[in-house]
Write a protein that binds this ligand. Sequence first.
Ligand code: PLP
Length: 403
Amino acid sequence: MEFKKSLKLANVFYDIRGPVLQEAKRLEEEGHRILKLNIGNPTPFGFNAPDEIITDVIRNLPSAEGYSDSKGIYSARKAVMQYYQQKRVANVDVEDVILGNGVSELIVMTTQAILNDGDQVLVPAPDYPLWTGAVTLAGGKAVHYLCDEAQDWYPDLDDMRAKITERTKAIVVINPNNPTGAVYPKEILEGILQLAREHQLIVLADEIYDKITYDGVEHFTMAALADDVLTLTFNGLSKVYRLAGFRSGWIMVSGPKHKARDLLEGLNMLASMRLCANVPAQHAIQTSLGGYQSIYDLTKPGGRMCEQRNLAWEMLTAIPGITCVKPKGALYLFPRIDIRKFNIQNDERFVLDFLREQKILLVHGRAFNWPEVDHFRVVFLPNHETLTEALGKLEQFLSSYQQ
Ligand code: PLP
């Protein structure tokens, strides 16, 4: 007898760590060194967390041995509340904050809490695929609205509107966006909020890259733009504070909470079923959010993240057959590849061919629920020298590639 995975996993995918990564691991076991440009994990590329955060966590370790409140320790939740008060989100309270083991856990909890079988959620295409996977796992249906490459990858509001049905429960907005690097203007966010208002939808705002923007582009917290739309804002320490391994994130609930008592009771129940988030990492939140924000040293002109974004974009767009919208935020580029020129039928195969030949790992566009085979994602976290070498190898590889 063969032991099978459950049927509810049949259509659940997370290909960023899927088959292409398996192949990379196999090559590593053969003794090859693989440059992994597949995940947004800042620390291995020398983007370390600020010392003061680590010191604070160490100092608090002796008092972090036991479980905490299911929603998290008070000081951290208060710091999150104050963070959003400063952003002028109306009417928020410590009780509206739930801490989790990274945004990932909170995405899975939230979709479980809000969806009945067959309920629909509007999710961007391309997306960060955990959203589609979590909606599917919860019995819901991810309906993808297009983000328009010709319009700097902004969400297409007409497409979004056309896809709202009686079963639509929520809209996911990832801003700044992974994988496109788009940062949305206020008008687009207001347009989405208007749709949510008209159709009584919950806004699920994934703002984990909120402080990672370039060229002086301003990030708008969606929750601050409307106090009459139920909004769950997701954020955490993985990116801005380079603490992905701590697994620390939060949800901030805002808007007409009096209409969501039952839903929030469900969410709290799920939080209590997993007892609490990792307590030592909760102690990193207050010190992260307060005081000096070292991320701006990295994102300003001359800062490492900004310069690497520039370099990667310049090198990629100089390759014949590649075009790319310049990212205004986050850690990724999502270039378009001329599929006719290279006769590409399968984007995963393209990524595997490049991996096997040059030992560099990218992620194919369809892993982000992009409907065509004409994109891939690359992380621009490696230093100048490594990026130059890697993208040089891509150019060389493509100079003779035919699928
Ligand atoms: N949301 C987005 C848009 C992401 O890019 C990521 C990680 O890459 C996550 C959520 C998950 O973050 P966490 O480390 O907090 O689980």
